[in-house]
Design a protein around this ligand. Structure first.
Ligand code: ADP
Ligand code: ZN
Length: 660
């Protein structure tokens, strides 16, 4: 018998030691008595420090429903636990499927058979593909190329070569981009070797897909961020498509960034990783500039099409003009965009209008006293849906709008601002014969409805689509030649240090939807036509944008020039939450003095921009440091101090994506 260190699936940071058979190996899952229940855990290694005072408990049995984890995966899990300050046992539980494996029947394939398609890489693509497979060890690569430049064909080529060497591959894409289109394309090129994991699968489907990869039957796993944890035998390559995308960051519980964690998985597995993007994140760009990542560039679109022309319409000017010629167009629609829509529709092409707000109106305001309908749980304004339905987009609280202001009882509540529903309604009036569809979370809420939308677009059963960022990503429709951004200002005016970067990426991505097969046109409406994110995006100037934005970040000591972590406090009571955040900040500041940590700063505590969500008050502290070591010591102190705190929830967010 031996003493083994076990990472128990529980919210505790340490491992626990148990007696077990001497022939166990690290990476085996076991059942163990834990407190009053039987729990599952993973053997991390043997415990050489047997304490004779302790009466160790024994392992009950090995868990045969879970495959063995390899040593690199265990090391990687330990790295994540240290880096994100999250319990290793809980991280390891993500490595396994939700349900038990089903009997002996092979899992039902989700797909019908497809005929195969071959694409021969052009010389630029070929060179990149060869360069990436040069190394047989860890290496990270940035593949930078405009939408339509052929990045996906490079991934497919790499994977085909690996499959020939009997290796497997993992491809991560943002959840939203995980459309049937992408999966179909991989299957057409690679055959029936593809498994898929995303959030719209049932637990049974997830489990079956997971096993088909874990037992080596499927060679390629395409998935959203959580697919990163699937143990894949003979893993030879990881691809992160749209590496800049914010949805790689998990905002709840285990706050990891799947892109960053994937780079570390590749490091431990000793394999290459490819990060692909048309608009690389500043972090990745800087890593490439410093030579940590190899940069590969695809300069032009793969087919002969040139990039769409991008025009910016100044809405302030437009407003005056519309007054002068007594225009009857809706307030959100400029002459330019209207005429372009009309012409595109007449020519028999498809158009997309993009507005990053759901509903009919952003707020409902009393025209007499200025009363605004707000959510009683979240302190933010309610959004109007339909004619009178008011909804909170954070907690789903709902109310109905009355004819008379509930506050002054004199004025009348009026919708202000704009959302997808309002745009759709107006379009129906302007183009009565056009087939108009809306794509947002209210309208398209399942995989089936997304598939149905994609099908209708492909068969040209839709002339104009109105959507949120759901239509910004990953979709490819030959006849979509006009893209209009209804109000770019929504993206530009978010109080967050990444707002400019996100706006640039979003606008560039939306533009990329247009004219992938025919010449395309993009019209961006805004009140801030001088905003650098807009101008750089108009000129498809990624390098220009990144260069300028990096200077800002450096001046403000923000990533990628510093490491940041956010400590979030929330509580039902505002005063105690604030006081507690203050106490922690004092403790951190004196620790910094005492240890002579010269590379670190503490900012705050401040109320979070969304100060109350679901009745909880929110404060945060921002830790900034140019030293990884100092930052993590400070976070360890936070964890230590907050261990016993029950009334106030304390959460650590390393490399936060937003500070909202
Ligand atoms: P990205 O991933 O950069 O957006 P894609 O790989 O989707 O670009 O390529 C855009 C389009 O061009 C796709 O329809 C793709 O099949 C086609 N394509 C890419 N590379 C080639 C090639 N070498 N020969 C022919 N068509 C190509
Ligand atoms: Zn709410």
């Amino acid at each position: 018998m031996n003493l083994w260190k076990i990472a128990v699936d529980a919210p505790l940071h340490q491992t626990f030691s148990y007696i077990g058979p001497a022939d166990l190996t690290a990476g085996t899952s076991v059942k163990i008595p834990f407190g009053k229940r039987i729990s599952t855990g993973v053997v991390m290694g043997d415990d050489p420090k047997r304490d004779t005072e302790i009466d160790y408990k024994s392992i009950i049995e090995t868990d045969v429903d879970r495959p063995q984890l390899s040593p690199p995966l265990l090391e990687w899990a330990e790295w994540m636990s240290k880096y994100y300050h999250y319990p290793v046992g809980e991280i390891l539980s993500l490595f396994f499927p939700p349900l038990k494996r089903k009997g002996r029947n092979p899992p039902r394939d989700l797909f019908e058979k497809l005929s195969q398609q071959v694409v021969v890489l052009n010389s630029e693509q070929q060179k990149i593909s060869n360069a990436i497979l040069q190394s047989h060890d860890f290496s990270s690569h940035l593949l930078w190329g405009v939408t339509g430049s052929g990045k996906t064909e490079v991934y497919i080529d790499l994977i085909r070569k690996l499959i020939d060497q009997n290796k497997n591959a993992l491809v991560l894409v943002p959840e939203i981009a995980l459309t049937p289109q992408l999966v179909t394309r991989f299957r057409k090129r690679l055959g029936e070797v593809v498994a898929v994991l995303h959030s719209h699968l049932t637990d049974r489907e997830r489990t079956d897909q997971w096993w088909s990869v874990a037992n080596g039957e499927k060679k390629v796993l395409i998935g959203a961020r959580s697919a990163l944890f699937c143990p894949i035998p003979n893993l030879g390559l990881i691809v992160i498509d749209e590496e800049h995308d914010g949805s790689y960051k998990q905002e709840e519980t285990f706050k990891y960034n799947a892109r960053d964690a994937a780079v570390m998985r590749a490091f431990y597995e000793k394999i290459p990783i490819v990060l692909g993007s048309a608009t690389p994140s500043l972090e990745t760009w800087k890593n490439a500039e410093e030579g940590k990542y190899q940069m590969h560039v695809l300069k032009s679109r793969a087919s002969d099409m040139i990039l769409p022309s991008v025009e910016i319409v100044d809405l302030t000017e437009e407003k005056t003009k519309k007054k002068e010629d007594a225009s009857t167009l809706p307030f959100w629609l400029s002459h330019k965009l209207f005429e372009a829509l009309e012409e595109n529709y007449k020519k028999g092409f498809q158009s997309a209008l993009f507005i990053n707000r759901r509903g009919v109106a952003q707020t409902v305001l009393c025209d007499s006293c200025g009363y605004i309908y707000t959510c009683p749980n979240c302190d933010i304004s309610l959004t109007l849906h339909g004619t009178s339905h008011l909804v909170c987009h954070y907690c789903d609280y709902s109310d109905s709008m009355s004819k008379q202001c509930p506050d002054c009882r004199e004025g009348e509540p009026k919708p202000v601002g704009i959302g997808t529903e309002r745009v759709e309604d107006d379009l129906h009036k302007l183009f009565p014969s056009a087939r108009i569809a809306r794509v947002d979370r209210d309208e398209v809420d399942s995989r089936e409805s997304m598939e149905s939308f994609v099908g209708k677009m492909e068969n040209h059963e839709i002339d104009i689509v109105v959507g949120t960022q759901m239509i910004a990503k990953g979709l490819d429709f030959p006849k979509l030649t006009l893209v209009g951004v209804v109000l770019a200002d929504v993206a530009l005016s978010v109080p967050d240090f990444r707002a400019a970067e996100r706006a640039f990426q979003l606008l560039t991505q939306v533009s990329g939807r247009a004219g992938r097969h025919y010449q395309g046109q993009v019209i961006i409406q805004t009140y801030r036509q001088d905003h650098p994110s807009l101008i750089f995006s108009q000129h498809h100037d990624v390098r220009g944008f990144v260069t300028q934005e990096l200077i800002h970040r450096k001046e403000l000591f923000y990533p990628p020039y510093s490491k940041i972590a956010c400590v979030r406090f929330s509580s039902l009571k505002q005063s105690s939450c604030h006081q507690y955040a203050l106490d922690i900040s004092h403790a951190l500041r004196s620790y910094i003095d005492q240890e002579h940590f010269e590379k670190s700063q503490i900012l705050g505590p401040t109320p979070a921009p969304l100060v109350r969500i679901r009745n909880r008050y929110r404060y945060h502290l921002l830790l900034k440091s140019s030293s990884q070591f100092e930052l993590h010591r400070l976070l360890q102190l936070v964890l230590h101090l907050s261990k016993k705190e029950r009334q106030i929830k304390v959460q650590i967010d390393v490399d936060p994506y937003t500070l909202m």
